[in-house]
Design a protein around this ligand. Structure first.
Ligand SMILES: *[C@@H]1O[C@H](CO)[C@@H](O)[C@H](O)[C@H]1NC(C)=O
Ligand SMILES: *[C@@H]1O[C@H](CO)[C@@H](O)[C@H](O)[C@H]1NC(C)=O
Length: 379
């Protein structure tokens, strides 16, 4: 009986890791189905011995077999080799910056004109809003005024008169092992989203951040992620997000009541002075959302990803826009979803908040029209 209990515990532990969950349940089923009534244990010593051996064997299988299942590990599947990507990226950087390149091409695409000339950061609380967050700030005007008054700066972190080359760094697993970090750090503006880390991933993801787009639940927890960062730009999904920013900037903790409404634990302190924070103009979300609707009417209820918002923001600020680590190859369920963790691609298929297929079509069209340049090439 002691052995039996031990077995159950082992099985349970084996199944508790997210990646081994499937293997754990499959491999432990023989043991579970062969589970006898407790009384049978004492019927005959022979039966008891046989049963013990079977259980012992099953327990070894449960522990050892998953270790030999190759499909449980993320696999690689992209067409171009890492060397091709590096060479190509170096060639891009060696060229001189083309002033006005992205916008000139965007202007030739009739369906995309709404993405032109959107102010990126909010400067003042004037102007009425017709839409509630995240598409506008209706109903949050007072909170907005309050938060803006705590932000001493609202401008861009660079002079507007030189040609700017930008890169938007996505969290795609495709970035891993490409050693693009040094190249990424050479861009004038480096845009990152939410908790996509640099600390410990410099080789592949670079170490500088010009603008990090965040919402409270997605903002990095580790202090180190905020080193080498010029701007933290809040994307407002709800009124409470403004309250969070105010609390971070003024170092006044949120009330426990307010904290209840976040869907995840949020970071309370960010080691940057108030001058490094901005509020992203919700009009960027509104225009992006409307554009996505022209692709797919079904997706009224989904919001654009921060990745796509980052791209639209880059189009407002930059002469040239490159992407790295964008694209999910859903044909490869075993591939790595993110460059910084071992989640598999198939976990993306079970979420409903974002419509990644529609977003990919949109981005692909921009890449085809050479508005954007996709460095890692899986879009
Ligand atoms: C308020 O911001 C808008 C752009 O967001 C700008 O056009 C306007 O001049 C600003 N007004 C003041 C008083 O700063
Ligand atoms: C939202 O975007 C649409 C499409 O670009 C635009 O027509 C509309 O005026 C915007 N709404 C607001 C409230 O700004």
């Amino acid at each position: 009986m002691g052995i039996f209990q031990h077995l159950c515990v082992e099985d349970h532990e084996e199944g508790s890791g997210p990646l081994l969950a499937e293997a754990g349940s499959i491999e432990s089923s023989p043991a579970a189905s062969g589970r006898p009534e407790p009384r049978e244990f004492f019927l005959s010593p022979k039966k008891n011995l046989a049963l013990s051996l079977v259980l012992l064997f099953a327990s070894y299988s449960a522990l050892l077999v998953p270790a030999y299942l190759p499909v449980q590990h993320p696999i690689w599947s992209d067409g171009s080799t890492d060397e091709d990507v590096l060479k190509h990226s170096a060639a891009m950087l060696a060229r001189t910056c083309n002033s006005g390149w992205a916008v000139a091409r965007l202007k030739k695409m009739p369906g995309f004109r709404s993405l032109l000339e959107i102010p990126v950061f909010l400067q003042n609380a004037t102007g009425g809003w017709d839409l509630a967050p995240p598409l506008g700030l209706q109903g949050s005007e007072e909170m907005l005024a309050h938060t803006l008054s705590a932000l001493p700066l609202s401008g861009l972190p660079f002079s507007p008169d030189r040609c700017r080359r930008c890169i938007v760094v996505g969290s795609g697993g495709i970035l891993r092992g490409k050693h693009l970090g040094d190249h990424i750090d050479k861009y004038d503006i480096i845009i990152r989203m939410n908790n996509a880390p640099v600390f410990g991933f410099e080789k592949d993801a670079g170490s500088r951040t010009t603008i990090r787009l965040v919402y409270p639940e997605g903002a990095p927890i580790l202090n180190q992620e905020y080193h080498n960062t010029e701007i933290i730009a809040l994307v407002v999904f709800k009124r409470l997000d403004l309250e969070w920013l105010l609390s971070v900037v003024t170092n006044e903790p949120l009330s426990w009541w307010s904290k209840l409404w976040f869907w995840k634990n949020v970071v309370n302190e960010i080691p940057l002075p108030p001058g490094n924070f901005r509020i992203t103009n919700p009009e960027i979300l509104n225009r992006t959302w409307h554009l996505l609707l022209t692709y797919n009417k079904q997706q009224r209820k989904t919001v654009p990803t921060l990745g796509l918002i980052g791209v639209v923001l880059a189009l407002q600020l930059c002469d040239e826009v490159s992407l790295a680590g964008f694209g999910y190859d859903l044909q490869q369920p075993g591939a790595r979803l993110h460059y910084y963790e071992a989640l598999r691609m198939d976990t993306m298929m079970s979420q409903v908040v974002h419509d990644v297929t529609t977003e990919s079509s949109l981005l692909q069209e921009l890449v085809k029209a050479r508005v954007l340049h996709d460095l890692t090439g899986v879009l």
